[in-house]
Design a protein around this ligand. Structure first.
Ligand code: ATP
Ligand code: MG
Length: 854
C-alpha cells in the first residue's frame, strides 16, 4: 500500500509523472515489463505510444525557459545522458530506468552518531524522495513524497507543502556526498529513498514543491502561454487562409469578416485545446470582435480583450479559465469586459457556437448603474439584454425570464439573493472591484465560489501583489488550486519571500526569496494583466494640478498653539502614554485645520459624554473651550475661521462664475464623474492612493474639459507634514499604494512625532523650504529664505509641463520640478488662482497634456 497522490498533485508535474514504484516489490507489475526493456529507445516508444510523451512534451513549464540558470539545471538533473530539466521524456526515462528503480537493491546508508569527519565547504544538494516510518519490513509502505536537502553532513526533509518533517545531523559526509537515486537514508525516525535529483534552480524557485502541490498545467501550445505575459496582442492569430479551412466550413462562417482591415481576430485553439474542449469536433471558426466595438477600442483595450479571451477559453493555462484584469483606474476595464461578453455570447471557435449564455457581473452597489450605462453606451439597448438589479428590478424577474443574458448585481444583493442566483447556470462571472475578494473566508467569496462558474474574471484598479496572502486569495479565486493549498503556498512562497525582504536576511535567504518571487510572478503573470495610466494619457485633456497652501485663520493658530502645549502632546513626545495617544492628537489637529468648529464639536461631545474615560483626550482638550468666543455656535460657523474654507468658497464661486456648466461632485471607487472637471481635495489623507482615486474619477477617458485639481493644505501645520510624508516616502521606494493603509498602520518615531507636532508660523510653505530650492538661497549660495526675495519672484526649477507617467503618487523630486510661486506673486495667469491668492501663502502647479487637443 502506498499513498496515492491527489489528482491536483499529478498535474503538470514532471516529478510526479515519475511512476511511483515501491522498491523491493516482489510481484512484477505491468510497469516492470517496461523496465525490463532495453535499450532505452524502446521504453521511450512505449511511453510515447500511450500519448503520454506527446502530452508531456507539449507541456513544458513555460516559465522555466526564462530562467537564467536553465542550462546548469539541465546538467544537474540529467546526468544519465538526458538533457532538459523539464524535458518530460527524461523524466519518464528516469522513472523506467531499471537499474535504479526496480532491480537494484537500494543501498542503505548507516548513520553514525557523532563521528568526527572533516566537512568540506560543500554545496547544498536537493533530492526528490519518498518516505515512510522506519521499520524492519522488507516491503515498505511509502507514505509520501518529500524533498531532501543535503548540506554537508546534515539533512532536512520537507514535505511537498514545504513543512519540515525531519532533520538530522552528523551523517557520514562521504555517504551523503554520493547520495543518488535508489539510496536510502534514515532521518528522524523516517526512512527515505531517493527518487531523483532536484536542481538548485527547481528548489530555489519552489517548483519542486508546487509541482506536487498543484502547479498549473500550462497550456500545451499557446505561444502566448509559453512566456510570461508580455503583449498578448502580438499573439492574435492571423485569420486562417481560405485554403486551410476544414470542409463544411461554409456552414459555420465567422460572424464578422476576419479579413477586412483592422479586424480584431481572436487566437485559434490549437489541436490540444480542440481535443479538450470540442467534443463534437466542430470545425474551427474565427472569432472576430464586432467591428462596431473595434472602432472605439484603444490599442491597450484590444490587447486586453485578446488576453481575457485567451484566459477564459483555457488557452493560457490548461484547463484553467480565470483572469485578473488589474489595469490602473480609468483604462476602460468595463468596455473590455463588455466586448468579451458580447463576443462570447454570439460566437465561439467551435463551429461558431456561442461559448456562453448567461453572465453574472457582481459589482459594488454604487456601480450597478455605471455598468448599465456602459452597456448602453457601447452596445445600445437592442443588442444585448442586461438586467441590473435595483429596487424596482428583483433577481426573481431575471431567473424566471429567458430573455436576459447578463445579470448585474451588487455584492450585498448577491448575498441576499444567493439561493435564487444558484438556480441559474452562469457561464461567465465578472467581479468588479474584485480586490474585495482578497479574503477567502468572507461570505462574498464563498458565495461566489459556490456558484461553480468556471470562467471567472476579477477586475481591479489596485495592484494585487502587495499582500502575499491576499494575492493568494485572488489567484485561488480565479484559478482554484493553481498555487496548491494555502499552507503549502505559505511555506513555499510567502515565508521565503518575506524573510528575504527583512534587513537581517542572509545572502542565501535573499536569493531564495527573489527566486521564489520571480517564479510566483511568472506562474501568475499568465493570467494577470496590468497596464498603467500612460497608455491612456494621450487621449486625455490637460490636467492642471495645484497644491494650495492656505494661511490659517487667527482662531486656528491660537487653538493650534494650545493643542501643541497640551499635556497629551507633551506626554506623547516623551513616549509616556500607553495605547495610541498620538492618533488622538493627530485627529484633533486635522479637525482644527479643516475648521475649528469640528474641534469644538468634539470637545463638547466629550464634555457631555457619560463615559468620560479617555484621559488622553481630556488632557488634550483641557482649557481649549476658553479660546473660543463665549457665545460660539458651531452651527453658525464662518469661513474666516478656517483658511481652507475661505479658499474653498472662493474657488466654488469663481468656478461657478467662469464655468457654470462644470459641476464638481464627490467621487468614489470605480465611479465615472467625467461631468465634473474641477476637483477640490479638502481633507488630506496619509495614503496618496486616496487622492489618486479621486483624481482618476474626473481625469479619465471621455472627459471633455481641462481638469483642475486643487489640493488644499493649511500652511505650516500637520497637513503639510502629512503631505510631505506622502511624497517623501515615494522617493525611498515605490511605496505600497493600498487604500486600506491608514494612520493606524503607520509607526512614528519620537522624532517624527516632534516634527508632526510643530507649527511653523512664519513659513510661507514648509514643503518648499524642504526642497532646498534655489530661490531660498542668496546669491552667495550661503542660504537664506524666501522672504529675502521680492515676493513676486516666480521660481521655476524645471519644465513645468511634466508628463506624469502613471497613477503613482507624486515624489519629492517630482514636486521640485513643478512651477511654484508665493501667493503674493504679481502675474498669476490662472484666473482661478488669481481669485484665491489673498488667502494663499504658496502655490505649486503642474500641467499635464497641455497641448492635448480637446
Ligand atoms: N475606448 C474608449 N473611448 C472613449 N471612452 C472610453 C473608452 N474606453 C473607456 N472609456 C470611458 O472611460 C471611462 C472609464 O472607464 P471604466 O469605468 O471602464 O474604467 P475602469 O478601468 O473600470 O476604472 P476603475 O478602476 O476606476 O473602475 C468611462 O467613462 C468609459 O466610458
Ligand atoms: Mg471600473
Amino acid at each position: 500500500m502506498r499513498r496515492s497522490a491527489a489528482p491536483s498533485q499529478l498535474q503538470g508535474n514532471p516529478f510526479k509523472k515519475l511512476k511511483f514504484i515501491p522498491p523491493g516489490r516482489s510481484n512484477p507489475s505491468p510497469n516492470e515489463e517496461n523496465t525490463k526493456m532495453s535499450p532505452d529507445v524502446k521504453l521511450f516508444e512505449v511511453v510515447a505510444s500511450k500519448n503520454t510523451f506527446l502530452q508531456l512534451q507539449n507541456n513544458p513549464r513555460i516559465c522555466s525557459s526564462n530562467l537564467p540558470t536553465e542550462g546548469s539545471a539541465r546538467e544537474i538533473n540529467h546526468g544519465h545522458n538526458y538533457s532538459g530539466k523539464h524535458c518530460p521524456e527524461a523524466s519518464v526515462m528516469a522513472t523506467l530506468d531499471p537499474p535504479h528503480t526496480v532491480h537494484s537493491a537500494p543501498k542503505e546508508i548507516t548513520v553514525p552518531k557523532g563521528q568526527e569527519e572533516e566537512e568540506p565547504d560543500s554545496q547544498v544538494k536537493y533530492f526528490s524522495v519518498v518516505w515512510c516510518k522506519a521499520s524492519k519490513k522488507k516491503h515498505k509502505k511509502w507514505e509520501g513524497d518529500a524533498v531532501l536537502i543535503v548540506k554537508g553532513k546534515s539533512l532536512i526533509l520537507k514535505d511537498l507543502e514545504g513543512k519540515d518533517i525531519g532533520r538530522g545531523i552528523a551523517y557520514k559526509f562521504k555517504e551523503l556526498e554520493n547520495l543518488e537515486e535508489g539510496h536510502r537514508v534514515m532521518i528522524g525516525g523516517k526512512e527515505v529513498e531517493v527518487m531523483g535529483i532536484i536542481s538548485p534552480d527547481d528548489f530555489n524557485s519552489g517548483r519542486c514543491f508546487q509541482l506536487g502541490g498543484g502547479s498549473p498545467a500550462i497550456s500545451s501550445s499557446s505561444e502566448a502561454a509559453k512566456k510570461c505575459f508580455s503583449n498578448p496582442f502580438k499573439s492574435v492569430c492571423k485569420p486562417s487562409s481560405k485554403e486551410n479551412r476544414p470542409n463544411g466550413f461554409q456552414d459555420c462562417k465567422p460572424r464578422h469578416d476576419p479579413h477586412v482591415p483592422n479586424s480584431l481576430v481572436m487566437s485559434r485553439p490549437d489541436s490540444n485545446q480542440q481535443w479538450m474542449f470540442s467534443k463534437n469536433r466542430f470545425p474551427v471558426v474565427d472569432v472576430v470582435i464586432d467591428p462596431h466595438l473595434v472602432y472605439h477600442l484603444r490599442p491597450h483595450q484590444k490587447e486586453g480583450i485578446v488576453f481575457l479571451y485567451e484566459c477564459v477559453m483555457g488557452m493560457r493555462v490548461n484547463g484553467r479559465c480565470g483572469a485578473i484584469l488589474a489595469d490602473e483606474m480609468g483604462l476602460g476595464k468595463t468596455l473590455q469586459c463588455i466586448s468579451l461578453i458580447w463576443t462570447l455570447q454570439c460566437q465561439g471557435p467551435y463551429g461558431g457556437k456561442p461559448v456562453i449564455k448567461k453572465t453574472l457581473i457582481v459589482t459594488p452597489g454604487s456601480l450597478v448603474n455605471n455598468w448599465k450605462k456602459e452597456f448602453q453606451k457601447w452596445l445600445g439597448s437592442e443588442r444585448i439584454k442586461i438586467f441590473p438589479v435595483d429596487q424596482d428590478h428583483k433577481v426573481e424577474e431575471f431567473t424566471k425570464s429567458p430573455f436576459y443574458s447578463v445579470l448585474i448585481i451588487s455584492y450585498e444583493m448577491l448575498l441576499r439573493s444567493l439561493d435564487q442566483i444558484k438556480n441559474v447556470k452562469f457561464d461567465l462571472l465578472i467581479c468588479d472591484e474584485g480586490h474585495r475578494l482578497k479574503n477567502s473566508a468572507i461570505k462574498t467569496t464563498t458565495a461566489l465560489i459556490s456558484l461553480s462558474c468556471e470562467k471567472r474574471v476579477i477586475l481591479t484598479g489596485t495592484p494585487v501583489q502587495n499582500d502575499l496572502q491576499e494575492f493568494f486569495a485572488l489567484i485561488d479565486f480565479v484559478n482554484p488550486g493553481i498555487l496548491g493549498s494555502l499552507s503549502s503556498y505559505r511555506k513555499i512562497y510567502e515565508e521565503p519571500i518575506i524573510i528575504s525582504r527583512q534587513p537581517s536576511a542572509s545572502e542565501e535567504e535573499k536569493e531564495l526569496g527573489e527566486k521564489r518571487a520571480a517564479e510566483l510572478t511568472c506562474l501568475t503573470g499568465l493570467f494577470i494583466l496590468r497596464r498603467t495610466q500612460e497608455v491612456i494619457n494621450k487621449y486625455l485633456p490637460p490636467k492642471i494640478e495645484n497644491v494650495v497652501f492656505c494661511r490659517p485663520g487667527p482662531l486656528q493658530v491660537e487653538l493650534y498653539r494650545k493643542l501643541l502645549n497640551s499635556q497629551a502632546v507633551r506626554f506623547c513626545l516623551q513616549g509616556l502614554l500607553g495605547s495610541s495617544p498620538h492618533l488622538i492628537c493627530i485627529g484633533a489637529l486635522k479637525k482644527l485645520c479643516n475648521h475649528p468648529c469640528l474641534l469644538f464639536n468634539s470637545i463638547k461631545e466629550k464634555e457631555y459624554s457619560s463615559t468620560w474615560d479617555g484621559n488622553e483626550e481630556r488632557s488634550l482638550y483641557e482649557g481649549l473651550v476658553d479660546v473660543f468666543p463665549a457665545d460660539y455656535n458651531p452651527l453658525m460657523f464662518t469661513e474666516e475661521e478656517s483658511g481652507k474654507l475661505q479658499v474653498l468658497l472662493k474657488l466654488l464661486a469663481v468656478i461657478h462664475e467662469l464655468r457654470p456648466t462644470e459641476n464638481s461632485k464627490a467621487g468614489g471607487v470605480g465611479l465615472n464623474l467625467i461631468g465634473g472637471s474641477h476637483l477640490i481635495l479638502y481633507d488630506i489623507d496619509w495614503n496618496p492612493a486616496t487622492d489618486i482615486q479621486a483624481m482618476s474619477r474626473v481625469w479619465r477617458d471621455g472627459q471633455k474639459h481641462p481638469v483642475h485639481i486643487y489640493r488644499l493644505l493649511t500652511t505650516g501645520t500637520i497637513e503639510e507634514k502629512i503631505y510631505q510624508r506622502q511624497i517623501s516616502k515615494q522617493d525611498l521606494s515605490e511605496a505600497v499604494v493600498d487604500l486600506t493603509k491608514t494612520s493606524e498602520h503607520i509607526q512614528f518615531s519620537v522624532e517624527e512625532l516632534k516634527n508632526l507636532f510643530t507649527l511653523h508660523e512664519s513659513s510661507h510653505c514648509v514643503t518648499h523650504d524642504l526642497l532646498d530650492c534655489e530661490c531660498t538661497r542668496d546669491k552667495d549660495g550661503t542660504g537664506g529664505s524666501l522672504e529675502k526675495f521680492p515676493n513676486s519672484r516666480n521660481c521655476q526649477l524645471g519644465p513645468h509641463h511634466q508628463k506624469s507617467n502613471s497613477l503613482k503618487p507624486l515624489s519629492m523630486s517630482q514636486l521640485k520640478q513643478w512651477k511654484h510661486f508665493s501667493g503674493d506673486h504679481l502675474n498669476l495667469t490662472d484666473p482661478f488662482l488669481e481669485r484665491i491668492r489673498e488667502n494663499v501663502s504658496f502655490f505649486f502647479q503642474n500641467i499635464t497634456n497641455q497641448s492635448t487637443a480637446i
